[in-house]
Design a protein around this ligand. Structure first.
Ligand code: NAD
Length: 425
């Protein structure tokens, strides 16, 4: 079997596509994946690069480069968010698209994987500029998107507002209202109850399942959470409700530690009244994000950005359990040391898949023209998360591999089997 060759590193951090492929290669070898399927899965099905002109508020026209990468449509229409960021690059979008394929396969929902990106700085753009950019990007990809083809969602730099514009622009061009073309919409526009907290809730469910396997009592365990945005704050709140003492939380402004446990409700209220930041939070000692990651706790939840657990700090990590709320928080070069230390990792493609699961529920509700109750959404999402955790745990026992490789094995096996049934050309 021809194995993937390492591309030249991009920028100073590890290439995310390279990280994804290293783990994919290990799982593919263990599974004995045949060369035909390997070659199909190692590269995206389709990569679209668009350049969209947008009139800025000063009257000048700026051209923005955007991407949409469809990694796979073997399991169904492709699904994945759109990232608006100044440093987004094609290899990152390719990795994120592949992660979406594996994520949907791990939780057994009928979607392939995709991701989009636009090089722009959303924080320096006005609402009008953002709207014109989102509409122009949608127009450029009108033949790619579609409720049975490719279904976008929010990612960093985009949210319900942009999804509403995307849905509206797509619907105008097609001549009728098509809610199911995008998920993560505002509630009044066909969004799903429970979507906002879905990823953090899934992180909590995964953490509880892993603690049970490790014989840890949540009420006697401690945790720290890096990142206090959508995923981190919800995970912190729901874990605290299960009795876990959250000793530290953090965001871009730094980390906040309290030996008696952070009052999560209070910290969320503080953040909401402080432009989304913990900066200046009083009932805690200020430490650095680096210190937070290596602090003496039972559970570490990275829920901020990529590549925060690396060969530089992995030796000092003291937690017994890492639950990856963020996408790609652990660099693949740190994997071996984590395994040697006997730390259990619930990997990103499992731990944060609660978000895409409830996005799938949103799409299902849109197609039925029906709205589910919050209880129904939470109950079904929790069942899917628990079943997926058990599938991955069973694979880790069967193949005697860490949970991360087990998750890739479960995902690749499912996609490869489906490919075999559908047949190649
Ligand atoms: P968010 O923008 O709501 O929050 C991000 C948080 O991380 C903020 O508190 C921010 O201050 C903090 N942060 C940013 N850079 C940091 C740094 N260098 N050190 C410490 N903290 C930092 O984003 P989110 O939606 O919570 O997403 C967080 C992660 O979870 C991302 O990796 C994202 O791809 C992943 N994820 C999100 C979802 C979802 O449904 N929102 C689903 C799956 C995966």
């Amino acid at each position: 079997m021809m194995l993937y060759k390492e591309p030249a590193p991009i920028k100073d951090r590890e290439n995310p596509f390279e990280s994804m492929m290293s783990r994919f290669n290990i799982a593919a070898e263990i599974l004995g994946l045949d060369e035909e399927v390997y070659n199909v899965l190692k590269t995206p099905t389709r990569q679209v690069i668009v350049n969209v002109p947008v009139t800025m508020d000063d009257g000048k026209v700026r051209v923005f480069e955007g991407y949409r990468v469809i990694h796979s449509t073997i399991l169904g229409p492709s699904k994945g968010g759109i990232r608006f960021a100044p440093d987004v690059f094609l290899d990152e979008v390719k990795a994120l698209a592949a992660w979406m394929t594996w994520k949907c396969a791990v939780v057994d929902i009928p979607y392939g994987g995709a991701k989009g990106g636009v090089i722009c700085d959303p924080f320096s753009m006005s609402a009008g500029e953002m709207e014109r950019l989102t509409r122009a990007y949608t127009q450029a990809l009108i033949d790619t998107f579609g409720p049975d083809q490719d279904i976008p969602a929010p990612d960093m730099g985009t949210g319900p507002r942009e999804m509403a514009w995307l849905m509206d622009e797509y619907s105008r061009m097609k001549g009728s209202t098509i809610h199911a073309v995008v998920t993560g919409k505002p509630l009044v526009l066909g969004g799903s109850l429970g979507r906002v907290e879905a990823t953090g809730r899934g992180v909590m469910v995964s953490a509880m399942a892993a603690m049970e396997k490790l014989g840890m009592d949540p009420a006697k365990s401690t945790a720290v959470i890096q990142g206090f945005g959508n995923v981190g704050a919800w995970a912190a709140k729901l874990m605290a409700e299960r009795g876990v003492k959250i000793l530290g939380v953090s965001d871009v402004s730094g980390a906040y530690w309290n030996d008696n446990g952070i009052d999560i409700e209070e910290a969320i209220e503080y953040k909401n009244n402080n432009k989304g930041r913990l900066e200046g939070y009083k009932n805690a000692e200020k430490i650095s994000n680096d210190e937070l990651l290596v602090s003496k706790v039972d559970v570490l939840v990275p829920a901020a950005v990529e590549d925060v657990i690396t060969i530089k700090n992995v030796d000092q990590i003291q937690a017994r359990l890492i639950v990856e709320g963020a996408n790609g928080p652990t660099s693949y070069k740190a994997d071996n040391i984590i395994n040697e230390k006997g730390i259990m990792v619930v990997p990103d493609i499992l731990a944060n898949s609660g978000g895409v699961t409830v996005s799938y529920f949103e799409w299902v509700q849109n197609r039925m023209g029906f709205k589910w109750t919050l209880d129904r959404v939470n109950e079904r999402a929790e069942r899917i998360m628990n079943e997926s955790f058990e599938r991955v745990y069973a694979a880790s026992q069967k193949y005697n591999v860490p949970m991360r490789i087990a998750a890739y094995i479960v995902a690749i096996d499912k996609v490869a089997m489906t490919y075999k049934y559908r047949g190649g050309f």
